[in-house]
Design a protein. Structure first.
Lengths: 158, 266
């Protein structure tokens, strides 16, 4: 019985030590991360996090709905004007031109781009959260993720 | 077009019922039955992954289950993996991609057998401690992270496979977090979903810019998957039926053979 109680405690302390070593290692690798404060969130912090999550929730729905509507609009346009659907998306620069002339390709490309951009809203949501908490370390990590996304833009030759 | 739409519907519904992403089903179906080039199929799949991630994320965001800090730290590894994977996918031969996909299908079929029934015990560790309210019990669960460096490595591989083959990679991330890192299963699923969308966006940008996205394939598929996922969720969430899972595993193995055949035939 006593053993049963003791063992998890021992496991826990060993685990904590392992994790502490892991963090030490990561600190050396990234030079960015430290063990964050473990103090529980205040009532107000929880509330503001809730509000932000609510906002992200709405942004995701709006992003999805908007891209769906634009995609359906593009499909309808192509059916009505009997312009064939494009076999490729247009370049970033040609989208605006496509929208002006009312070509389905412009709408379809815009809809797809919006779809791709929707998850990025969640990163921005996290960035706002970290800055709001003055948690600069994680704000930096978030910016790093955004930079990698930017790098893919360059890698694509866009 | 209607055929593609119905494939999307089917994949979305089955994916939602079994709790797996659509990519592993979508790519073999598109390439084998419709003759879609594999790189077009991969870029189509990655768009569907983004769509389902955003749709599911809208649900998870309100429940505050996502561990944002952990997600962001692991994101640096998954997006870097997706970036290199996306570039590699554009450059290497379609045959090699098909063969790699076959191996991943076999891996998924076998890893499905032992989905975690119980999480590793979750408790505060002093590393990235966080808490959430369990929606079933109403209790506040507090937990911390273990084995962060190993998790970073696994995340890079998951991101790499995602960028290379157009799959979400939840099949790697969820067990990694719940079994290795001590994240409760519910929080693992929500956090993995968050990461998947951003990882997929990274390689989707590359596919978009390189012109691999074919609207005639991608749009009906994405719309179908979104609608199908809604139907699948209503039909009964995660079916735990052992029989269904076995059938699914068999399908995956058949698909693996199909992908190897494509790789060999060229």
């Amino acid at each position: 019985m006593t053993e049963g109680i003791k063992r998890p405690d021992m496991d826990a302390s060993r685990e904590t030590q392992e994790s502490a070593e892991s963090v030490q290692f990561l600190k050396e690798v990234l030079g960015l991360l430290k063990t964050p404060e473990t103090a529980p969130e205040t009532e107000q912090e929880i509330k503001s996090r809730r509000r932000l999550n609510e906002l992200v929730h709405r942004a995701l729905i709006v992003g999805l709905a908007l891209s769906t509507v634009i995609l359906l609009g593009g499909l309808t346009l192509s059916a009505v004007t009997r312009q064939p659907l494009p076999g490729r998306v247009t370049g970033f620069g040609q989208i605006v031109a496509g929208l002006k002339t009312g070509s389905p390709a412009g709408f379809l490309s815009l809809g797809i781009l919006l779809l791709i951009a929707t998850p990025i809203l969640r990163i921005l949501g996290s960035l706002i959260e970290f800055i709001g908490k003055r948690d600069w370390r994680y704000a930096l990590v978030t910016i790093l993720v955004l930079l990698i996304l930017g790098a893919s833009f360059i890698a694509g030759g866009g | 077009m209607l055929v593609i739409l119905s494939i999307g519907l089917l994949v979305g519904a089955v994916g939602a019922m079994l709790g797996v992403g659509g990519g592993i089903l979508l790519i073999p179906l598109l390439t084998a039955f419709l003759g879609v080039p594999i790189k077009t199929a991969i870029s189509t799949s990655i768009l569907c992954v983004i769509a389902t991630s955003s749709a599911a994320g809208a649900v998870y965001a309100v429940r505050s289950l996502t561990h944002n800090r952990l997600a962001m730290v692991l994101e640096t590894a998954t997006t870097a993996g997706a970036l290199t994977g996306g570039i590699t996918a554009v450059l290497i031969s379609p045959n090699l991609l098909a063969a790699l996909f076959g191996f991943v299908l076999i891996f998924v079929a076998f890893s499905m057998r032992k989905l975690p029934k119980e999480d590793r015990k979750s408790e505060p560790t002093g590393v990235l401690d966080t808490s959430y309210i369990d929606p079933r019990t109403g209790e506040t669960v507090t937990y911390g992270i273990r084995c962060l460096p190993a998790g970073m490595g696994a995340s890079f591989i998951a991101g790499n496979l995602s960028g290379l083959l157009g799959i979400g990679g939840g099949i790697i991330k969820v067990p990694m977090m719940s079994l290795l890192m001590g994240v409760p299963l519910r929080a693992s699923i929500a956090t993995s979903n968050f990461m998947i969308g951003i990882t997929a966006a990274t390689s989707a940008i590359i596919y978009y810019a390189r012109g691999y996205i074919d609207p005639t394939v991608a749009i009906p598929t994405a719309l179908g998957v979104l609608l199908g996922a809604q139907i699948g969720t209503r039909l009964g969430g995660r079916l735990r039926s052992q029989r269904l899972k076995q059938i699914f595993q068999l399908v995956l193995l058949v698909f693996a053979v199909v992908m190897f055949y494509q790789a060999w035939r060229g």
